[in-house]
Design a protein around this ligand. Structure first.
Ligand code: GAF
Length: 409
């Protein structure tokens, strides 16, 4: 093992205490860089990102703050001061200390999953020939984990921006996006599609972010909820994520196989007009459903963007609901809790409602007139109680600023 067992396990309580005292010194004497990056809600465009398609997420006000400082500036001669990256999380009991020297991407230490998002960024930068000196990195997140609100993108994006700024690397938008996506795909091993990192890095307050996931070009689209008397009500179903890892990968592989059989680079290349002809050529019930979901979902994203551009926010509701039905019936990634929340929101007068995120649990969003927010929340709570589900968590979400510096804040 390459991490320092003295500090990683048995000694960590002592070292932690030392650090708490020493941090004050570090903050006063050493340069410290802090960046915040948010979690996200996806308004529409689910499982289209890894098909090179379109998505329309927005950044949340909750997120992760990463603080980076030079290692050793107060570590009292401890072993990690000379040649280590030390990572700690306000939400985790133990720091993780990894010696830098001799690390190769093919032979990475087995560290706790949360720290892999942090160290993964350092490993990939090192792999790309950037000398990352010994650092102390602290992360502090208020994104609920496991709710499908991209706590991991908030974490990795705040780390990438903070390290980039601290070391003066000058990574541009594309390089930062590639780094954060690669951390998730290569260092953590999650076969996700990049939407979450893109919006965490580039989201804009008051706007959703229209992303072309082939070119990675993005454009902010106005989402003036308050001005329209509307709100996005989020119901975190707290449903346990069932089989989410394996099922996500299975959907992705299915989509890639369908694209291969149809002879296109990605399902993005099948348009709504081509859909019927394409489906006839696919002699496979499951792949047919996947293709229908992805192609119609891309089309719904484009329609929602057109409506928002034209000031038609109040008209997007039916498209959100159609997206949910497509995830439920064709892509089959919903669970009873999310279907119940969507039905309850619609019955309570939501203009539209859908599950948001990768699926198999997580959150539902409803586009709800502000004056009916309480009634909509009550309806979801009642429906959950009637169905014998645990209590959902309900809150509103406003499109907020993407990653930004909070050094000195
Ligand atoms: C998860 C993934 F991380 C995204 O890349 C995306 O595929 C999403 O699920 C589904 O739209 O959040």
């Amino acid at each position: 093992p390459k991490y320092d067992s003295d500090h990683w396990s048995i000694g960590c309580g002592y070292v932690w205490q030392q650090r708490l005292t020493q941090r004050k010194t570090v903050t006063r004497e050493a340069p410290v860089t802090s960046w915040f990056a948010p979690g996200r809600i996806n308004l529409i465009g689910e499982h289209t990102d890894y098909n090179d398609g379109f998505v329309l997420p927005f950044a949340l006000a909750v997120g992760c703050t990463t603080t980076v400082s030079a290692a050793g500036a107060g570590s009292a001669g401890s072993a990690e001061g000379s040649d280590a990256w030390t990572v700690r999380s306000v939400q985790q009991p133990d720091p993780v200390v990894v010696r830098r020297s001799g690390l190769r991407a093919t032979d990475l230490p087995d560290v706790p999953e949360w720290s892999r998002y942090v160290l993964g960024a350092l490993w990939l930068l090192t792999d790309r020939g950037i000398v990352v000196p010994p650092l102390e990195i602290e992360v502090d997140s208020d994104v609920p984990s496991g709710a499908g609100l991209s706590s991991s993108a908030a974490l990795v994006c705040s780390v990438a921006r903070a390290v980039d700024a601290h070391l003066g690397l000058g990574l541009d938008d594309d390089a930062l996006f590639a780094l954060t996506r690669d951390v998730e795909n290569d260092a953590v091993g999650a076969p996700t599609g990049g939407m979450d990192q893109l919006v965490s890095l580039r989201g804009e307050a008051g706007h959703a972010l229209f992303c072309d996931m082939r070119s990675h070009e993005t454009r902010s689209v106005p989402l003036d909820l308050g001005g329209s008397g509307l709100a996005v009500l989020v119901a975190d179903t707290r449903a346990p994520h069932r089989h989410s890892d394996g099922e996500y990968g299975a959907r992705r592989r299915g989509c890639e196989e369908a694209a291969r059989r149809l002879g296109v680079p990605a399902l993005r290349d099948v348009t709504a007009d081509d859909l019927d002809a394409a489906l006839e050529r696919l002699d496979d019930e499951e792949l047919t459903r996947y293709v229908r979901h992805v192609v119609t979902e891309d089309d719904r994203v484009l329609t929602v963007v057109r409506l928002l551009d034209g000031g038609g926010l109040a008209d997007i509701g039916p498209l959100l609901t159609a997206s949910h039905r497509s995830m439920r019936d064709d892509f089959r990634i919903t669970v009873p809790e999310v279907d119940t929340a969507v039905d309850a929101l619609l019955e309570a007068g939501a203009l539209g409602a859908r599950m948001t995120g990768g699926g198999f649990g997580g959150c539902v969003i409803g586009l709800v007139p502000e004056r009916t927010l309480d009634a909509a929340g009550d309806a979801v709570r009642r429906a959950f109680a009637d169905a014998g589900f645990g209590e959902p968590d309900l809150f509103t979400a406003a499109p907020s600023q993407g990653a930004h510096s909070v050094t000195g804040a």
